[in-house]
Ligand binder design. Structure first.
Ligand code: NAD
Ligand code: IPM
Ligand code: MN
Length: 358
């Protein structure tokens, strides 16, 4: 019996709906494998602002830091969009990533065989899609200082700063090359080195790090071209490593290769040993509270927690197999259902996964 404490931060919008689904699956896995998972809930995002006046209350920070793994839903929504940057729901997410030094955001993108027809792209283009986006998560434009508004020559201007230190680039590059070694041995580093100084340093450091991985192939690609290649020949990618903002944008784009943003999980790993696991998607205010959200991204994120956080590979594979089975059996939430198919609810999809675990 292995005991693990899991911090659960449901957040806003569909966050609580999909997190509930992931917990249900984890509870069943715990029973099947004789583990004990203790779930401790914390507030984050808009719901934390409403109840505690801050997007990442002190208690949530503490709960998370002391846990063995953090399961997060999503934050944000129109209710809080008028708030200043430092007090928005999204700030809670950025703060927890930064405070736990979760610099490596792993976003696997894999086309499920039974969902090939759900992608807007042609079958032959998406059929063999299987790559990993390694997104730098605690640097770049998101965190660079100064970040502010100021008067300049009689008008207001706004400043964000894109800054990367050598050490930040080095550690994310190491992570990408290590991941590639366990996969097909090919890294594409995405940047904008024809324009940005931070990208030129990025390229130099990635080249240096590659020296320690002569067995791994490396290609540098400009981000505008990468956005195009992701649609033109997505199956040619293995590991994509890139800075924070580019990784954010490219991963939402990549989700459509699989059919829906509601399918993509992520793991954020850092230097402290505690990982954070969350779907790539947001709080989806347009469908929140309707029992329509696809819970598979959150469930697959829970599987990543077992695999990367708890070394429970078998258990993670059991969840992944269950997801593949329900999709092969034709279960479709609204986001992946074709016009002729009847969609199941969040709860029905979750129950189907739980049943498929056995
Ligand atoms: P979003 O990801 O919430 O939604 C984009 C579209 O995808 C919507 O049409 C939504 O209905 C759909 N979608 C997303 N997840 C789905 C799921 N599981 N099942 C079915 N459909 C799904 O992005 P947005 O609308 O740009 O942002 C909404 C809010 O979420 C904003 O406040 C934003 O800041 C926040 N956000 C949070 C996170 C996070 O917490 N990690 C990520 C992205 C966006
Ligand atoms: C994501 C989200 C976040 C990000 C926002 C909500 C801060 O879009 O996790 O992809 O940009 O990192
Ligand atoms: Mn995003």
């Amino acid at each position: 019996m292995t005991k693990k404490t899991i911090a659960v931060l449901p957040g806003d919008g569909i966050g609580p709906e999909v997190t509930r689904a992931a917990i249900k699956v984890l509870e069943n896995i715990a029973d099947l494998h004789d583990h004990e998972f203790v779930f401790q809930e914390g507030l984050i995002g808009g719901s934390a602002i409403d109840e505690k006046g801050a997007p990442l209350p002190h208690e949530t920070k503490e709960l998370s830091a002391l846990s063995d793994g953090i399961l997060l839903g999503a934050v944000g929504g129109p209710k809080w969009d008028h708030l200043p940057g430092g007090n928005r729901p999204e700030k809670g997410l950025l703060e927890i990533r930064k405070s736990l030094d979760l610099y490596a955001n792993l976003r696997p993108v894999k086309a499920y065989a039974s969902l090939i027809e759900s992608s807007p792209l042609k079958e032959e283009i998406v059929a063999d899609v299987d790559f990993l986006i390694v997104r730098e998560l605690t640097g770049g434009l998101y965190f660079g200082e100064p970040k502010m508004r100021e008067e300049n020559e009689g008008e207001m201007q706004a400043v964000d700063t894109l800054v990367y230190k050598t050490s930040e680039i080095k550690r994310i590059a190491e992570r990408a090359f290590q991941s590639a070694r366990l996969r097909k041995g090919k890294v594409v580093s995405v940047d904008k080195a024809n324009v940005l100084e931070s990208s030129r340093l990025w390229r130099e450091i990635v080249d240096d790090v590659r020296g320690g991985y002569p067995d791994v192939e490396l290609e540098h690609m400009l981000v505008d071209n990468a956005a195009m290649q992701l649609i033109a020949q997505p199956a040619s990618f293995d590991v994509i490593v890139t800075e924070n903002t580019f990784g954010d944008i490219l991963s939402d784009e990549a989700s459509m290769l699989t059919g829906s943003l509601g399918l993509l999980p992520s793991a954020s790993m850092g230097s402290t040993g505690v990982g954070l696991y969350e779907p790539v998607h947001g709080s989806a205010p347009d469908i929140a509270g309707e029992n329509r959200a696809n819970p598979l991204a959150a469930i697959a994120s829970a599987a990543m927690m077992l695999k990367y956080g708890f070394e429970m590979e078998k258990e993670a594979e059991r969840i992944e197999a269950a997801i593949e089975k329900v999709l092969a059996d034709g279960y479709r939430t609204a986001d992946i259902a074709s016009k002729s198919e009847e969609a199941v609810t969040t709860a029905e999809m979750t129950d189907a996964v739980v049943k498929a675990l056995e």
